[in-house]
Ligand binder design. Structure first.
Ligand code: BES
Ligand code: MN
Ligand code: ZN
Length: 493
């Protein structure tokens, strides 16, 4: 699908007009009513501009206008979701040529709307056969011959074009990460993640090194190895590096890549275990961000690390009570084999810190059910001792609508991870403050880095969406990180 920007609204197109539910509503509807030859009152009784409300009306020339309610004060995520839902649900009915009137709005809104429209293409039916398969009958609008015209104000044209280009790159990464996160565990092995990274690195010009099982053994990555021990699938450490000339800052990103989490010997209940194919949502955020950063050619040095493994039940699995030695040299008493994410992050962070000198370190992980108990499915937990980093990440979260909320890291919680026999233990044994003690555990492997942040995205990576009836992937974190990284460099428009 091709996207073109224009500065004058052309009535000969099938047009989507977003409508705000504010003081301008009556006037807006009056104008549209005149244009389409309807009594103003008809539109006003039928359309209240509630978010997601859609009213299709025909223009005298036979072209359609979709009035799309966007509610009172839409934020970036509201714009994205409203457009995504419309284009997803109408996908098969949409003509190949569509237009959107964004004349009153700025380029940030243009970016969000384009992300929403492109996201509407997503289809979960990868494994359905025959006519139901998603590639069987591509929607005309989303086919290569489809066309989208976006009307913007003359003064926004330059910024809007940049926003459209950026949105295309971000949406592409997001759609791929939706596929990767939704992929079942029998397709998506640690090797599958590393193949994705290698291909992306080749395609977009960044370095990807894969440490295989032998390399992990050689380097003493005992934490990652211990989690993978019960699996037939060998673990990998994916190391990605994007290093443009002249970059003055280095950012390290680490993403939890558990391709399936049974809990191990501390096995999970079966009712929602199938959802644990999504336990690599942190890895998806990091993989997707690397691809975007390289394509946007951001002038910043970014390292992405993904420890990838399954957490399985087997005669060789790590036992509760086992003591293991991490890459950092610190020993870990495994109280609960289901607290495996923090264990593999210990080695991911250890590798990052010993082999690179990042100015900032951010890890993302679908780490705890506890963060969902605290924040539900509306925000990720943010943990950091660095107020400036907290402010920057929170600002990016507010701008993109990928919400985060800060939780404490007070040393009082260190008690929870004190082991009698090893340097640390991986679980307090108590059903209290689980997201915080997990963060305290990870902190023990950050070498007291002054700018480390941990994002617990357990509630955000896999959620209810219009794409399906069960929870499915969101690609959470890519927009957040890309916004943060763009603002870190000076070239933000
Ligand atoms: N992957 C899970 C956390 C999770 C739960 C993610 C629900 C998404 C949705 C993690 O590995 C885990 O099992 N955490 C345990 C830790 C506990 C055993 C200390 C949890 O939160 O219950
Ligand atoms: Mn687990
Ligand atoms: Zn897990």
């Amino acid at each position: 699908m091709k996207i073109t920007l224009k500065t004058h609204v052309d009535p000969t197109t099938n047009l989507v007009i977003p409508i705000l539910k504010d003081g301008t509503l009556a006037d807006t509807l009056d104008n549209i009513a005149t244009q389409v030859g309807l009594p103003a009152l008809a539109l006003q009784t039928d359309f209240t501009a509630e978010r997601h409300e859609v009213l299709p009306v025909y223009q005298p020339n036979g072209q359609k206008i979709y009035l799309l309610g966007v509610g009172e004060k839409p934020g970036s995520m509201d714009w994205l979701r409203t457009f995504r839902k419309l284009f997803f649900s109408q996908k098969d009915k949409l003509p190949a040529q569509m237009a959107v009137d964004l004349t009153p709005y700025d380029s940030d809104t243009v970016e969000a709307v384009i992300l929403g429209i492109l996201g509407g293409r997503y289809d979960l039916r990868l494994f359905q056969t025959g006519d139901n398969n998603r590639s069987a009958k591509p929607a005309a609008f989303f086919a290569d011959s489809g066309e989208l015209t976006v009307f913007v104000a003359e003064s926004e044209l330059v910024n809007a074009q940049a926003a459209v280009d950026r949105a295309g790159i971000i949406a592409d990464a997001q759609l791929q990460m939706l596929d990767l996160t939704n992929a079942p565990g029998n397709y998506k092995t640690p090797q599958f993640l590393s193949n994705w990274a290698v291909n992306s690195g080749r395609l977009h010009g960044y370095d990807v090194t894969i440490l295989d099982k032998a390399a992990l053994e050689e380097r003493g990555m005992g934490a990652l190895l211990s989690v993978s021990q019960g699996s037939e699938q060998p673990p990998v450490l994916i190391v990605m590096e994007y290093k443009p000339d002249g970059a003055t800052q280095t950012i390290g990103l680490v993403g939890k890549g558990v391709t399936f989490d049974t809990g191990g010997i501390s096995i999970k209940a079966s009712a929602s275990m199938h959802l644990m194919k999504s336990d690599m949502g942190g890895a998806a955020a990091v993989l997707g961000t690397m691809a975007v950063v390289a394509q946007l050619k951001l002038p910043i040095h970014v390292i992405g690390i993904v420890p990838a493994t399954e957490n399985m039940v087997d005669g060789r699995s790590t036992r509760p009570g086992d003591v293991i030695t991490s890459y950092s040299g610190k020993t870990i008493e495994i109280i609960d084999t289901d607290a495996e994410g923090r264990v593999i992050l210990a080695d991911g962070l250890g590798y990052l810190l010993r082999n690179f000198q990042p100015d900032v370190v951010i890890d993302l992980a679908t780490l705890t059910g506890s963060v969902i108990a605290a924040l539900g499915y509306h925000a990720a937990g943010l943990f950091t001792q660095n107020d400036e980093l907290a402010a920057q990440l929170t600002a990016s979260a507010d701008r993109t609508g990928e919400r985060i909320w800060r939780l404490p890291l007070w040393d009082a919680y260190r008690e929870d991870i004190k082991s009698d026999v090893a340097d640390v233990k991986n679980f307090s044994g108590k059903p209290l403050a689980g997201a915080i003690s997990a963060a305290k555990f990870i902190e023990a492997f950050t070498d007291n880095h002054p700018a480390w942040a941990h994002l617990d995205i357990a509630g955000m990576a896999f959620a209810d969406t219009e794409f399906g009836s069960q929870k499915n992937a969101t690609a959470f974190g890519i927009r957040l990180l890309v916004d943060y990284l763009r603002r870190k460099t000076t070239v933000v428009d």
